[in-house]
Design a binder for this molecule. Structure first.
Ligand SMILES: [Zn+2]
Length: 475
């Protein structure tokens, strides 16, 4: 994710504190979790303190099949059927999905009607018959309503956002379960299928490859598939009018670029060409492009961020899709989307790397200053508490998308590069993207890999750069 510069650090603290206390109300007490375990119920959360209540336990989702009818500005705006295929990780009599708002009309498990209840952002489902550990099951949820926009002063508005001609979804970190029932935590990645029906004249774009469009009775239905595992926060549906250009990068990766005709800050040709150039450049530096398709969508939407939605980053027309932002979001296809954090506290593994990619793009394209200058400019800011008193690998929920995660995270990578040299530094990056491809990874795993490839003891180095609360003086 990258932000427009108008988001201030003080707004950040305030809003996330508010969001934090509001979310805690939905968490269950340890006592009720223990009781749940005794009755073979999956946990009501993933236990990630940065996103209290998000995620669930007891099962591992394999695939989401989302059949959505979206009628912008109608009531309800969304009617959906989500069919979720999962494997039980223990004996399971009852389990939760995350879902905020909306009305659930029917739930089936294995084709049989299942009892369900709502509790805060939990949809609690009782299986018609207990599911054995290792058992594969399909849960189908029929629901409707108008998703609630998340209004968060840190990120501006995010989640399900109405646009001038449709709907935009940007879900990091907790927006996905405002529009589809899910195990909404990055730890549980799954493949996705989308079947989206919209009024004739509009287009619906989702992740992955387009597999067909059919128009009948005043509606248009488009189908999309993402066949490589994806975190829920990277799922997107974007509805509206778009100019589309498809093709391939010079390196051979298929491209899908779409720009709302109301956007004046870029064109579909600019988006296509920059996306193609950046994708090929990063593939040389970071390892083969991880997905079957690259691209992007620029919508006429009032949000203060761009987001690395898998295979097609989303950009706000107001903010623009300049080459630096495209370089940032496409680097996330390797760092964040293919290799995904297991816990939100490790978000520097996404944002530190993407910020470093911005610096490298500026240097390589000639549009910016050198990477070393980027580092030096920040290192000179000795009195910047947002850089030095916040640990990038333990920023706290209030600073999840703060300066330290992005900029000190990138500085850490540059300091590592100086310490181990270019050849080993890029070998570390390429081994990281290859060993953890399509999976989840943690900061200790990155530290261990850097030590293995460099042959150096980097414990103190990373301790100071990633966990220290003063300006590092060693590297
Ligand atoms: Zn980012």
């Amino acid at each position: 994710m990258s932000h427009s510069s108008r988001i201030t650090a003080s707004a950040l603290v305030l809003s996330l504190l508010t969001a934090c206390s509001a979310n805690q109300a939905t968490g269950r007490s340890p006592a009720s979790r223990a009781a749940s375990a005794a009755s073979a119920a999956g946990a009501a959360s993933a236990g990630d303190p940065y996103v209290p209540g998000d995620g669930n336990g007891g099962y591992d989702v394999q695939h989401y099949d989302l059949d959505l009818r979206i009628t912008p500005r109608a009531t309800p705006e969304l009617t959906g059927t989500a069919t979720i295929t999962a494997v039980a990780t223990g004996a399971l009599a009852r389990f939760d999905l995350d879902l905020t708002g909306l009305t659930v009309s029917k739930v089936t498990v294995g084709g049989t009607a299942a009892a369900f209840s709502r509790s805060g952002s939990e949809l609690v489902i009782t299986a018609p018959a207990p599911i054995a550990r290792g058992g594969r099951f399909a849960v189908r949820v029929e629901y409707s309503g108008t998703p609630r926009v998340i209004d968060d002063p840190v990120l501006g508005r995010y989640g399900w956002i109405p646009t001038s001609d449709g709907v935009f979804t940007g879900d990091e970190p907790s927006g996905a379960h405002t529009w589809f029932p899910s195990n909404d935590h990055p730890e549980d990645k799954a493949t996705f299928g989308f079947r989206v029906t919209v009024p004739h004249g509009l287009n619906a774009i989702a992740n992955g490859r387009w597999t067909g469009t059919r128009t009948s009775g005043g509606s248009t239905t488009s189908t999309w598939r993402e066949d490589t595992p994806m975190a829920t926060y990277l799922a997107m549906v974007d509805v509206g009018r778009f100019k589309v250009r498809t093709g391939r990068t010079p390196g051979g990766v298929p491209v899908y670029a779409a720009v709302d005709p109301a956007v004046t800050t870029t064109t579909v040709d600019k988006l296509f060409e920059t996306t193609a150039r950046v994708t090929d450049t990063w593939a040389k530096l970071f390892g083969p492009y991880p997905f079957g398709l690259t691209g992007g969508v620029v919508d006429d939407v009032q949000v203060g961020f761009a987001l690395e939605t898998q295979t097609k980053p989303e950009y706000s027309g107001a903010m623009g899709a300049d080459p630096t932002t495209i370089a940032h979001e496409l680097s996330h296809q390797w760092f964040g989307d293919s290799v995904t954090v297991a816990r939100w506290s490790d978000i520097w593994l996404n944002e530190g790397f993407a910020t470093y990619a911005e610096w490298m793009w500026g240097e390589r394209s000639g549009s910016g200053t050198s990477v070393q200058t980027q580092f030096d400019q920040r290192y000179r800011q000795a009195d910047s508490p947002d850089l030095w008193s916040v640990a990038p690998a333990e920023p706290g929920r209030a600073r999840l998308f703060g300066r330290s995660v992005y900029e000190r995270g990138a500085m850490t990578l540059h300091a590592l590069r100086q310490k181990v040299g270019d050849a080993k530094f890029f070998a570390i990056l390429r081994t990281w993207t290859s060993e953890h491809r399509y999976g989840n990874a943690t900061t200790p795993q990155f530290v261990a890999l850097a030590e293995r490839i460099s042959g150096k003891d980097l414990g103190r180095f990373f301790q100071v750069w990633l966990y220290g609360k003063t300006r590092p003086t060693v590297w």
